[in-house]
Design a protein around this ligand. Structure first.
Ligand code: UDP
Length: 424
């Protein structure tokens, strides 16, 4: 029987460092995904090396997270933060450093799982030099993203071409929701092999508090009506829609309505500017007294905020998956989310929360008010939400599916190549 002992796998995430603190410096879902998948694969027996770009001179080159699971930082370009749209020119150096690391350590990686389009480029170049099976997760599709923004970056044509070639040539693409697969097929290519394996969440970490305990810990009153957002400050996250919805809420003039907007930001950087803009709208609508900006939420407070909330709102313009929704659901909190992408997969309307058209603040207000109006129904939605996450979205389950996929690819490389030519 196939044994995982001493079997190496490389996860490549050039710009999403799995060892960095989440919730700041553009670090979000991809960083969490790579780290959690890596650690769960290691628990299942794999030797996991996660490769990323060194983005500050004082970062250690290697971080050991757990037995058989480490982050390896490669120097490619300046040892400084570089916005993701400007990293492409440093990828040949990243590739060379990866090959140097392999040569020095003597480690071969039969499976390389790449994350986001830049890493897919590295994976495809590696394939020209090494015998590897490439698995790829997009995290975001240029073809979807560029439809919804007004200024298209210079790198767009390179990204779109790389994403298409990767879809058509990787041994396997992992879509995290049926909606993401549909977008790959309709907007990128009808060729290539796609499996659906969702993102996961830590069902022990999220779900460890009752609402009352969480409120006590955070100093919130049991009678408060708490509306919660957490995530990066980015206009595409739709925080403006949430603020305007709360401005329209029928509860807005009640003293116990609280809006909590969590997430880190850096003054003068893109996330700092978005936070300033949001604070401006909060002020303009007269919501300052009821709104709290607690900043980046880490391990010590995030689970309590999710549990304390009456409703968690995910108002993104688009979301290929959306980890925040399942983290809230795992915590027994219903979700009001935009009716887009992976949120249509995770949130079941009327069962675990509600969906509203993206950017429609009137519809968000109505959905939020429905949940805030009925505590019994709110609790029923929360119980069903927790159950859905336990059933479908634990990291252990996600890692088991990925592990099976890797093993399948390693045991039948020739057959896979044949299938790929046909474009199943
Ligand atoms: N996050 C966090 N603290 C913060 C803000 C965000 O831990 O202050 C985490 C959040 O819990 C989630 C991730 O960042 O795990 C965001 O992932 P999601 O898929 O929702 O959005 P993305 O950042 O990928 O757009």
């Amino acid at each position: 029987m196939f044994s995982l002992k001493n079997q190496h796998v490389a996860l490549i995430s050039v710009h999403g460092d799995p060892a960095i603190e989440i919730g700041k410096e553009e670090a979000g879902g991809q960083n969490v995904y790579v780290r959690q998948v890596g650690e769960a694969l290691a628990r299942q027996g794999w030797q996991v090396d996660m490769f990323t770009r060194q983005s500050s001179a004082d970062q250690p080159a290697i971080v050991e997270h757990a037995p058989n699971c480490r982050t390896i930082r490669l120097v490619a370009g300046p040892e400084d933060f570089v916005p993701r749209d400007e990293i492409f020119e440093f990828l040949p150096e990243f590739l060379q450093k990866f090959l140097d690391f392999q040569a020095e350590s003597g480690i071969e990686y039969p499976v390389v799982h790449t994350n986001y389009w830049m890493s897919s480029w590295v994976g495809m170049e590696l394939k020209k030099r090494k015998k590897i099976q490439q698995v790829h997760t997009y995290h975001s599709l240029g073809a979807v993203k560029y439809k919804s923004i007004s200024t298209i970056p210079l790198i767009a044509s390179t990204r779109l071409a790389t994403e298409k070639t990767c879809l058509e040539t990787a041994e396997r693409i992992v879509a995290t929701s049926p909606q993401e697969r549909e977008h790959m097929r309709s907007l990128v290519s009808t060729r290539g092999k796609i499996d659906i394996i969702p993102c996961g969440t830590d069902i022990q970490r999220f779900g460890s508090f009752s609402q009352l305990e969480a409120r006590e810990k955070l100093g919130l009153n049991p009678e408060d009506k708490v509306v919660f957002y957490v995530g990066r400050f980015d206009p595409r996250k739709g925080i403006e829609t949430l603020v305007r919805a709360v401005g329209r809420s029928k509860f807005r003039d009640q003293a116990n309505l609280k809006l909590v907007i969590g997430g880190g930001s850096r003054p003068g950087q893109s996330d700092g500017m978005e936070r300033d803009r949001i604070e401006g709208i909060v002020k303009e609508l007269g919501l300052s007294d009821m709104t709290i900006f607690p900043g980046r939420l880490g391990d010590d407070t995030l689970p309590a905020f999710y549990a304390a909330a009456d409703v968690c709102v995910v108002p993104s313009h688009y979301e290929p998956f959306g980890l925040v929704a399942i983290e809230a659901m795992a915590s027994g909190t219903p979700v009001v989310a935009s009716d887009v992408g992976g949120l249509q997969f995770t949130v079941v309307p009327e069962e675990t929360g509600l969906l509203a058209p993206a950017q429609d603040d009137a519809a968000f207000a109505e959905a939020i008010d429905r949940i805030l109006s009925d505590a019994t129904w709110r609790n029923q939605l929360g119980v069903a939400a927790r159950h859905r996450v336990e059933t479908y979205f634990s990291w252990e389950g996600v890692a088991s599916q990925l592990s099976e996929l890797y093993q399948k690819l390693m045991s039948q490389p020739a057959a896979e190549k044949e299938l790929q030519k046909v474009g199943a």
